[in-house]
Design a protein. Sequence first.
Length: 135
Amino acid sequence: MALTLEIVTPEARVYSDTIDTVVIPTTSGEIGILPGHIPLLTQIEHGELRVTKNGLTTLLAVSGGFAEIEGDHIHVLAENAITEEKIDENAVEAALKRAEDELRAAKDIDPQQYEHLQNLVRYSGAQLAVKRRRR
């Protein structure tokens, strides 16, 4: 029995396939999903999402959002998601540095802007962790 996984962001469908298992980073820790999992709605944390299909593991960096498990269908609605092969390490490092510099220089920053920069730092960290994992 297989699972159907779909990962969607506001910009695009990032991943859609039939898989064997998936491990999702949640605010309560990682959860592993196998066929026959109980129905679940959970909040996603910034981190690494691991998909296994035919013995091969695909890594994705995700940030924020929700995962819904219903039967053998998993729907991930994420603020951001990117597959390992699409991560440009140099671009991510540059974005991370800019965000960290802005956070350090911020004195009277708007709370929403501050939260946005923090989320950018966390998502950049997740992308770098995914990209560097197999080295």
